[in-house]
Write a protein that binds this ligand. Sequence first.
Ligand code: C2E
Ligand code: MG
Ligand code: MG
Ligand code: MG
Length: 287
Amino acid sequence: QAKNNGRNTVHFYSPPDVSDTINPLDLEIHLHSAIERNELVLHYQPKIDLEKEDIIGVEALIRWNHPKWGVVSPGTFIPIAEESGLIIKIGEWALREACIQNKIWQEQGITGVMSVNLSPRQFQKVDLVETVERILLETGLQPSLLELEITESMTVNIEQTITTLQRLKKLGVIISIDDFGTGFSSLNYLKQFPVDTLKIDQSFVRELQTDTSDATIVKTIIAMAHNLKLNVVAEGIETKEQFAFLQQHLCNEGQGFFFSQPVPASEMQERRLEIKKLLKTQRELLN
Ligand code: C2E
Ligand code: MG
Ligand code: MG
Ligand code: MG
């Protein structure tokens, strides 16, 4: 499957997903032993400060390398994990792994924020805050270098959401709302939630150049975030035109294939250098 992004055409090859051929029950059975068999890995996607044009952190994105089926995408197995309850174990593994990795990077002199996705079931678990606190203590990671991404759909019980968020904030971690604009976002709740960041969903970024309503929505979310003193991030930046638009409209941060796809930790150093080069070239073209 090739995607055409206008002038700078980029091709992303996506092999057929196992969800087309393997039934969910088999996936679930195999998922049970995936952690023990070391089949789960985290990839990391760099996040860029659009004003300073510098890498400021990464988002951890889970991958499942099945020995026979190959790579199973989180879009396929996270819903199964969520439904079966396996997400608790998998989510805790991912959180610990991400904190360990960020601690390693920090000790190497690369300080940045590590963002980790939480799914609804993880967020609603009564001992979430204790788990996060314990993992921070175990790994020795500074809480301010951990960001937790939640989605609007998690906020079924408003009172409980506020309490959990307040307790997480007290630990010192950063909270962001992922896929913002796609869920049920009452502005009243947004006002009450102690969150730090809004992540504009990639569906709005995709058509930025061609769909004037998407462009308006993006500008509006940025303005609203700033008025509420929130940081705003754009996901799914694939072209230099999208990058330029978001920079021009003062979006604080961005991530997407234009800068880098998610990569294993071992490739991050190389990726950082490539991004620095890319940003330098972009600047020179403008001057
Ligand atoms: P998300 O948190 O919204 O992550 C962004 C998704 O967009 C990732 O897909 C990422 O690879 C992809 N992406 C990044 N830049 C671009 C771009 O420029 N263009 C396009 N087309 N896509 C881009 P991925 O890795 O397949 O993850 C899908 C979702 O699975 C994530 O969405 C997140 O909700 C969930 N997920 C991933 N890892 C974890 C995890 O450790 N725990 C939990 N609970 N959920 C996870
Ligand atoms: Mg995310
Ligand atoms: Mg997410
Ligand atoms: Mg998202």
